[in-house]
Design a protein around this ligand. Structure first.
Ligand code: ADP
Length: 265
């Protein structure tokens, strides 16, 4: 059983076409074992990327509230040494950030060559939440799709590879997760009134995401629609994607200077 993770650039994305509960028929234990294997490999690949220091990778995590961004970061961080990893979380912009163009704060968090950056939310908030909550005029967020594509192209030319993941959960699953957060004293802190308000805007968020995914799905920086109702399947898909990306980059250790051997006293 398969379900595509990607869709063709230039075609519209309809989230209803993707089953958020899809799991390839896998069992949880088997998926978790496979994920552990990918994480071990990720550690080695990230170390080589770090040693090479010529390229970087940005994993963009987007999704509606409770879609599992934090859990995905925990999984990736379990497989990558902290010296090779940067995590950036994008919250509502500060007044300083708002006094710059919307990409200013994002560019500042792009990892240096040799590193893997995880974006917990990203510049895509500037075409999603700002549209749904009407924080900027329509003509402003509409212009941003091409600005984002140009920004990502600039970074690609600077040897930054994007792995863009949309964590796709269903409306029912979000309800379960919000209920869980409301009842669990260890999770209550994660919830604010805005989260419950945003749930009422589910259809608006879906429309805004569908446009963002469709407009910014380039061959060089494609979106992946990650079925995320099952946390263990979501982790498996993201681990696979990051591993495949690093394997494709195939980072190399810098050449060794054999004259160093003679210099050891
Ligand atoms: P999270 O939900 O990611 O765990 P928070 O509860 O602090 O963290 O939520 C961060 C909030 O910041 C979200 O509601 C998100 O939509 C908002 N946000 C992020 N970027 C922007 C932006 N550019 N403009 C307005 N709001 C933003």
């Amino acid at each position: 059983m398969t379900q595509p993770l990607q869709f063709s650039p230039g075609t519209p994305c309809r989230l209803a076409d993707y089953d958020a509960g899809f799991h390839e028929g896998l069992e949880k234990e088997a998926a978790e074992a496979e994920t552990r294997g990918h994480c071990e490999k990720l550690d080695e690949l990230a170390y080589r990327l770090f040693a090479e220091s010529q390229r970087a990778v940005v994993v963009v995590l987007q999704g509606i509230d409770t879609s599992g961004k934090d859990g995905t970061i925990r999984m990736l961080a379990s497989g990558i040494s902290p010296q090779c990893l940067d995590v950036a979380s994008f919250k509502a912009p500060s007044s300083l950030e708002l006094s710059h163009d919307f990409l200013w704060r994002v560019h500042a968090k792009v990892p240096a060559h040799g590193r893997i950056g995880i974006f917990n939310r990203s510049h895509y908030e500037d075409v999603v939440v700002v549209r749904v909550r009407k924080l900027v005029a329509k003509h402003i967020w509409k212009e941003r799709y091409s600005q984002i594509n140009a920004f990502e192209k600039l970074l690609l030319e600077g040897r930054i590879t994007f792995v863009k993941c949309f964590l796709h959960i269903s409306h029912d699953e979000q309800r379960k997760r919000l209920e869980d957060r409301l009842k669990d004293p260890k999770k209550q802190w994660k919830l604010g009134p805005a989260d419950l308000e945003d749930r009422k805007l589910w259809d608006d968020f879906t429309a805004a995401y569908e446009d963002a995914l469709s407009q910014c799905n380039t061959p060089e920086a494609p979106w992946h629609i990650v079925p995320a109702n099952r946390k263990w399947y979501r982790n498996l898909v993201v681990a696979r994607l990051v591993r495949q990306t690093l394997e494709r980059l195939d980072p190399k250790f810098p050449p060794f200077d054999p004259t160093l051997l003679a210099k050891l006293t």
